[in-house]
Design a protein around this ligand. Sequence first.
Ligand code: FEO
Length: 168
Amino acid sequence: MNEKLQNAFCVQINKELYSAYLYLAMQSYFKDMNLDGFANWMSVQVQEELAHAMGMYNYVFERGGKVELMSIEKPAGDFSSPLDVFEKVLEHEKYVTSLINDLTETAEEVKDRAAISLLQWYIKEQVEEEANVSNVLGNLKLAQNDPRALLLLDRELAARTFVAPVIG
Ligand code: FEO
């Protein structure tokens, strides 16, 4: 496997693990507020991010490469409201989308067709992630000043379940 591309995958594995860590911090915020449905949504998100990281981790090994693990940055934990949390989630997912695009460009640069093909899955996943988050954010904007609406949304988010993705 091309070394530059392998390193770029290692950086992205770290970013996916950071994403899991960030969403775990958000899960803690919601648990502390007794908003268990929101906490459940975040818990599913944590598992999704771990799956994203492992998809890349396994891929590098499949290609005969090696994964160098790096330190995971401390996530922010100072959220002012559920709306603030979801605004940050959307901002973060847009950032991750830009990282996946950069990683794809590196794969294109070194003409690694198998990696480009794998990354198509991640590109599509990002479209879905951003759409899901925008949806919750839109609902939150409507519910934010109405505790009953917030509790209804909490109940709705309690139904989210983790389905292990088939990556690639
Ligand atoms: Fe792994 Fe939420 O992107």
